[in-house]
Ligand binder design. Structure first.
Ligand code: NAD
Length: 382
C-alpha cells in the first residue's frame, strides 16, 4: 500500500505530516511513500530530500489523493480535501470531531476510515502517538521564546560592569503538557518562575523543574478533584475561582511575563487574567495566551493578534505556535504518525490492519466502513 502526505492547505500552516526521516521508517513497515511537491518546503524538507529517502513526489494534490491508500495530514481536511476521499481510503490527521460534524459526515459518506490524532487515548501505551502532547510541548517552549522576543529585558539576572540586572519574573498558569514545557524553558533561561494549576498534584513536578508553585489557602476538602476527569481539570467552584483571581490580582504588578495555558475539555477557556490585572502590570510586560483559540485565559486576548494595551502591556494570542517551529513540529508529528502506522501494520507487510478491537485504534477512529464511530465507547475498566 501507499501512504502519502499532501501539502497542507490551511493558510499559514507550515507543517507536513511525513518527513524524509519518517518516510524511511514507513518504508520499513512495508509502505511505499508519496508526497505532493513542496509539501515539506515550509518545514525545511525539500522535494530532493524526500526523493533521496526513496519517496515519490507527485505534482498535485489530486494526484496525491489518487495515488495513496493512506493520507496523512496535519490539519483537519478542508471540505475540498474531504470530497477527494474514496471508499476504503484511510485518513489520519487532527480532526476535532466534536466541532467538525459536517466534515465527519462527508468522510463517512465517502466511505473513508478516519483516524483523528486528537482522539488518541492519553494512556501510557499510546504516548508515542500522542500528537496533542508533542504539539503542546512545542507550543509551551515557543510561548516563552515569543515572550522573550517581545520583552525588553533579560530573563536571567546579571551583575555587569554596566549595571545590575534583576531576573525577570514569569508566571505560568496551567501546568499541563504546554505549561510544563513553558516552565522548563523559562527556568532554563534563568527567570524566576512561578506556576499555578487547579490540580495540586502537579506541585511536585513544578517544583522539580525549579519553579515555585503558587498555593492558595484552602481546606483539602475544598480542592477540585481531577481524579474523575481522567487527569483533566474539572471546572472550578466559584469559591475556588474567586480565591484564584484574588491571588493573581495580588501578584500581577510584580510579574514581567505571564504565560497562560489553562484549558478545560469541551468548554471555553476559563478567564483567569482579567482587565484590571493587565492594567496593574508594568509597561513592557508580556502575556502569551496559549488558550486564545478557546476564547483566551486573558480577558483582553485577541485571537491570532499581538495587541499592545494603553499601559504598554503586550498580549499575544497566536494560535499557530507549533507551525512557527515547523521543522521540529513536523519531525515529532511525523514520528507520531509513523508510530500510529506501526500499530496499524502489525505484520510490517505494508497492509493496513484496522483492528477495531485495539483500544488505541478504536478510540481514535471516528469513521469506519461507512459508519460514524465517534464518540468511542468509554475505556474498559481493568
Ligand atoms: P489541558 O490542555 O486540558 O489543560 C492545561 C492545564 O490547565 C491542565 O493542567 C489543567 O489542570 C489546567 N487548568 C484548567 N483550569 C485551570 C484553572 N482555572 N487554573 C489553572 N489551571 C487550570 O491539559 P493537558 O496538557 O492536555 O494535560 C491534561 C492531563 O493529561 C494532565 O494530567 C496530563 O498529565 C495528562 N496527560 C497524560 C498523558 C499520558 O499518560 N499519555 C499524556 C498527556 C497528558
Amino acid at each position: 500500500m501507499k501512504i502519502g502526505a499532501p501539502k497542507e492547505t490551511f493558510e499559514g500552516e507550515a507543517r507536513v505530516a511525513i518527513t524524509p526521516e519518517s518516510a524511511l521508517q514507513l518504508q520499513k513497515l512495508g509502505y511505499d511513500v508519496v508526497v505532493e511537491s513542496k509539501a515539506g518546503q515550509a518545514a525545511g524538507f525539500s522535494d530532493a530530500a524526500f526523493k533521496e529517502a526513496g519517496v515519490e513526489v507527485v505534482k498535485t494534490a489530486a494526484a496525491l489523493f489518487k495515488a495513496a491508500d493512506v493520507i496523512a495530514k496535519v490539519r483537519p481536511p478542508s471540505e475540498a480535501e474531504a470530497k477527494r476521499l474514496t471508499k476504503g481510503q484511510t485518513l489520519i490527521s487532527f480532526f476535532y470531531p466534536a466541532s467538525n460534524e459536517k466534515l465527519m459526515e462527508l468522510a463517512k459518506g465517502k466511505g473513508a476510515n478516519v483516524i483523528a490524532m486528537d482522539m488518541v487515548p492519553r494512556i501510557s501505551r499510546a504516548q508515542k502517538m500522542d500528537a496533542l502532547s508533542s504539539m503542546a510541548n512545542i507550543a509551551g517552549y515557543r510561548a516563552v521564546i515569543e515572550a522573550g522576543n517581545n520583552f525588553g529585558r533579560f530573563f536571567t539576572g546579571q551583575v555587569t560592569a554596566a549595571g545590575k540586572v534583576p531576573p525577570a519574573k514569569v508566571l505560568v498558569v496551567g501546568a499541563g503538557v504546554a505549561g510544563l514545557a513553558a516552565i522548563g524553558t523559562s527556568t532554563s533561561l534563568g527567570a524566576i518562575t512561578y506556576a499555578f494549576d487547579v490540580r495540586p498534584e502537579v506541585a511536585e513536578q513544578i517544583e522539580s523543574m525549579g519553579a515555585e508553585f503558587v498555593f492558595l489557602e484552602f481546606e483539602d476538602s475544598e480542592l477540585p478533584d481531577g481524579a474523575e476527569t481522567g487527569g483533566y481539570a474539572p471546572p472550578s467552584s466559584p469559591e475556588f475561582q474567586a480565591k484564584q483571581l484574588e491571588k493573581f490580582r495580588e501578584i500581577a504588578p510584580d510579574m514581567d511575563i505571564v504565560i497562560t495555558t489553562a484549558l478545560i475539555p469541551n468548554r471555553a477557556a476559563p478567564v483567569l487574567w482579567t482587565k484590571d490585572m493587565v492594567d496593574a502590570m508594568k509597561p513592557g510586560s508580556v502575556i502569551v495566551d496559549l488558550a486564545a483559540e478557546k476564547g483566551g485565559n486573558c480577558e483582553l486576548t485577541q485571537m491570532d493578534k499581538r495587541v499592545v494595551t494603553d499601559n504598554g502591556v503586550i498580549i499575544i494570542g497566536y494560535t499557530d505556535f507549533p507551525s512557527r517551529m515547523a521543522t521540529q513540529a513536523s519531525t515529532l508529528y511525523g514520528n507520531n504518525i509513523r508510530h500510529m502506522m506501526a500499530d496499524l501494520t502489525p505484520e510490517k507487510d505494508g497492509q493496513v490492519n484496522h483492528n477495531m478491537e485495539d483500544d488505541v485504534i478504536r478510540g481514535a477512529t471516528i469513521t469506519y466502513e461507512g459508519d460514524i464511530t465517534f464518540p468511542p465507547p468509554p475505556p474498559k475498566v481493568a
